[in-house]
Design a protein around this ligand. Structure first.
Ligand code: EPU
Length: 342
């Protein structure tokens, strides 16, 4: 285990903001992780867990031990006529894992192709796209519990998966995800109801084609972080109550919306931002992408300060026009390496 000091994290966060970590280490096993956590405790350092860096906002200086989780491996742990159960290292690249499952004829995750990041982060915010959420195919999550100092399995039901949420968001300093156990299907049950997905598939109703179309749709709308550094959808789609929604739709009849349980309604943040004039608009070097207004892009060497200036301006304009508060999706860290409220 090699602990480095003063490490630039620009290549480790897809928004590509400049951020220097006082201490940094890559861990490839649970044993190395334990060693790193011990070091942090001895040195009185907070721990910042780094996965693919595709959903985080980092300050310019971080005084903490940044632990990059690089645990690899895919194992088939159980199988029957209809399902295959896989134990996957948290450090596996998500998209490569999805492509691999499709090649193996294991189905369920095809709608989630091309989501940036690593497998270990998938349960944290229960990543989702085109009508599927990762939580639907997760059987359990293997974690290192920093409280009991032991590894344990958390069953899916106890993860409390919901829209971009799980217990790992509520209690971010307790568990380190080391492996994720997925239960996939041998006979595909295709989910094609989102937007134009079905039309895009034409006559070829196969999981392979579904995956291909999802990749094409994403590539046509979403910027490649290598070209335009970004953190995916920058805001969550707001969920509001029926009463507020009724007032809103009277004034704005075209607002895209999706009914939820408990009399709630989810509305499209991208549309709100677009209608507020922010699609393709920039404030200094940070702006909202011209093909998908929900994605914030760092066009040139932005720091967290610049990112904040733009996202707060967007929040203000959307609030002034629609009376709706937009909550950022990426996790915000402070200079001590701890998660901050937005
Ligand atoms: N829209 C606009 N203008 C825009 C963008 C969107 O009017 O600039 C409208 C669209 O026309 C559509 C609606 O807003 O009617 C929703 O847009 P879209 O289908 O593109 O999806 P989204 O709600 O913007 C969500 C997820 C994405 C996921 C897609 C597909 C969130 C916050 N975002 O985006 O997830 O890929 O659905 O399922 O839930 C991510 O989380 O990083 C992410 C990319």
């Amino acid at each position: 285990m090699n602990i480095e000091s003063q490490v630039q994290l620009k290549p480790f966060n897809t928004l590509s903001v400049s951020a220097t970590a006082s201490h940094f280490v890559k861990v490839q096993s649970v044993a190395e992780l334990e060693e790193a956590l011990q070091f942090a405790q001895q040195q009185n350092l907070n721990v910042l867990l780094l996965s693919g860096g595709s959903n985080m906002m980092l300050p310019e200086q971080i005084h903490a031990l940044v632990i990059a989780i690089d645990i690899q491996g895919i194992e088939l742990v159980a199988e029957d006529e209809n399902t295959a159960t896989l134990r996957v290292g948290a450090g596996q690249v998500w998209h490569d894992f999805v492509l691999w499952t499709t090649e193996q004829k294991m189905y369920g995750l095809q709608n989630l192709a091309l989501i940036p990041g690593l497998v270990g982060a998938s349960p944290v915010q229960n990543i989702g796209a085109y009508g599927v959420e990762a939580g639907e195919f997760i059987e359990s999550v293997e974690v290192y519990d920093r409280q009991s100092k032991q590894t344990q399995h958390i069953q899916a039901v106890d993860c409390q998966f919901s829209y971009r949420h799980s217990i790992f968001k509520d209690d971010p300093n307790r568990y380190v995800i080391t492996h994720v156990i997925f239960k996939l299907l041998k006979h595909a049950d295709l989910k094609m109801n989102y937007g134009d997905l079905k039309a895009a598939m034409g006559d070829e109703i196969t999981p392979e084609n579904l995956q291909k179309q999802v990749i094409q749709i994403r590539q046509s709308k979403l910027p490649d972080p290598k070209e335009f550094p970004n953190a995916g959808s920058f805001f969550k789609n707001p969920i509001i109550n029926q009463q507020d929604f009724t007032q809103l739709i009277e004034k704005f009849p075209n607002i895209p919306h999706y009914p939820q349980k408990d009399n709630q309604v989810k509305i499209a943040a991208g549309w709100l931002i677009d209608q507020s004039g922010w699609k393709g608009k920039r404030l200094n070097q940070v702006g909202m992408f011209h093909k998908q207004a929900l994605v914030l892009v760092n066009y040139a060497d932005a720091t967290l300060k610049d990112v904040k200036a733009t996202f707060q301006a967007v929040q203000k304009d959307v609030y002034d026009k629609f009376g709706v508060h937009l909550e950022p999706e990426p996790v915000l860290f402070n200079e001590q390496g701890l998660i901050q409220n937005h």
